[in-house]
Design a protein around this ligand. Sequence first.
Ligand code: FAD
Length: 679
Amino acid sequence: MTAPATDNSTAAKALAAAGDQDSARDVAALEGAARGVERKLAASRTGLVERLLYGPRPSVAELQSGAELARRVAGSERGVVDAALGSLARGEAFTADSRLSAALRSTVAAEQAFGYTVPAAFGGAGASYGELAAVEEALASHGLGPLAVEISGQLTIGAGSLLAYGDERQQRTFLPLVAEGRPMAFGLTEVGVGVNAKKVRAYVEEQADGSYRLFAEGQANKLWITNAVHGGLIGLVARLGRDSPRLGLFIVELPRADVVPDAAHDYEFRCEPSRVAAFVANFNSRLHFRNFPIPQANRIPADGVEVLFYCLRMGRCMLAAMAAGYQRMLARDASHYARQRVGVGGPVVRHEVPRLNLGKILGGALQAHALAYLSLQQDADGVDLSGLRDLTKSAAAGAGVESMLACEHVLGGRAFHGGSRVNDARVNLHLFGVVEGEDDLILMGMVRDVTQRFVERYLSPLLGVIDAANTTRDGGKLPAEQRLLRIGPATVLRHPTRAIPALVRLVVQPRLWLLGGWVAANALGDLVRLPLRLLPAGAFSRYRALPPPLRAYARYAERKLRMLRWTYLGLSLFYQLELTRAQIPLQRLGKCIEHLVSMLAVCHHAGLGDETAREVAVLQAQLLQDKYRALRLLSDLRGLQRTRGAVAAVGASLEADRCSLIAGVEPQPFGHPWDEPRD
Ligand SMILES: Cc1cc2nc3c(=O)[nH]c(=O)nc-3n(C[C@H](O)[C@H](O)[C@H](O)COP(=O)(O)OP(=O)(O)OC[C@H]3O[C@@H](n4cnc5c(N)ncnc54)[C@H](O)[C@@H]3O)c2cc1C
């Protein structure tokens, strides 16, 4: 059961009511694509994170379903991974300039790696996404992260788009090519367009015979496209007409070489390295098209951003699996070093701080692994993945970067040894926080997703009251700077003629009483449960399913997650319409949810593991609890507001370019400038 679909979400309406029309339009457009995905997936159950906050509580079996999946698929990765490791052992996996070699690609292609999740009917291996995750994690753990990146791109946003949205003929034509190992990319990002995906400028012109001509020139060049290479395939997002509001998706077969217009060609094409210094072992390109022909049959009948969002849910799970693998590799190399290297007073591994760093790396690996498989099993079970999907990606990417730092502190100078796999991993682990959705943005989106039903039901009519206070007599809206975003004692004193009628309207709102009923029922429920806190976790069958050292952590995480519904209500009542721009509290709330769900996932995953996995889980649960406790929201609203005030001041000074600390320092020109035409 997905959240109720309305034309514009409360978030978009609230942004408009707060006077931020640009954000309202952008958010509504992106949410339109997200709602298309919800309709397509037609999940049969409310998302796990929303249930952890608002109930009903998920069963223990559901929480452990990811661990069961990991157990079931363990070993299935052997064929592909052994082939890849053979290539690595023969010294032929990478070229002299540290890129994935043709020999490695053909070795794993023979094991159907590039068509791993493509159905057998199209020449693929017909594996599940759970089995793909096992391949991804294992490759990354053995120093073959770049191959994992390539296969993930190929099968999630590449073939995934064809499988989910392509028609039968398109699938029959292109999937066998993908399965053979022809690289497949997905191209949305442009020189001028990043996270605001709906703003792409590339467009097609429809021809009299129904075919298309593609124009992606200058700042509409497709940029940073992973797996895009001469002779490869790409699912390319373009507008259906230069100024059309509609976005399409086209399967494009990239020419085997650049094309300049001549007697034989009436179009232009270029594929050149994007020069990005991450994913350096992979193909990553900037693509230029002018008047490029695309057959009518190659249009996928769907909105390109919707398709990307659909595919990203698996992309994010695979990124988490890769992050788990990368961290296992870091843990292996760092612990190997710490056992051999003699530091001050004996081997490095004997000392508490290096041990903590090693434990952090292992804990990060376990966390990413547990969340990846839990998400995959949830998706397979028809549970709405919104919330968990984003949290999984953010937690895995964040843990990856922290593990990299921890590894550097154990390995010392050798963490930076040119050609070492630890050194090579650094940039990719950093990049994981930015690609497939930047972590902070998707965490704030996660908060919106998991609270959406509550907001629609109990809070949205109250926002309407504030909106009315900003409406002029003739029905127009007050200028943005004069609008009330909150109604409280200060506004009543400052703007009594607008705030008092609004307060009166608020009190007679039936929804206010509905909210009152929710508060009363939930407060009563929490009160009744309060004495149960005196009992140890082991007194409840729910926690007896876990080994004793993990029970209290799982219970703590569940209890605190339930308490966060009060935190969200408190933030909503305090900030009211201002919550549309109060990103810091929303991001912090997102982090709180991330840490607690991660704690729970780690406990339940390791609950089915061996003793060493449990030891890692205990440490990671404790570290996550420490992080959660350090984040203060309602308990320190004043501090939070002070931070926001200080941020606003610094931000305004930067916006006006008058910060003295950087005065006199010339900015360096960017790569791929978007304000000057290149063609
Ligand atoms: C190595 C690599 C591989 C990639 N592979 C692909 C690929 O295969 N296909 C593809 O289509 N794309 C790909 N990308 C693009 C990637 O997804 C984008 O980098 C990403 O979408 C961000 O775009 P941007 O870098 O232009 O950032 P921008 O859009 O310029 O954003 C800059 C920053 O501002 C923040 N920001 C923007 N708006 C807000 C807001 N309202 N509130 C708070 N913060 C905000 C963003 O979070 C971001 O951190 C790749 C990128 C790289 C570097």
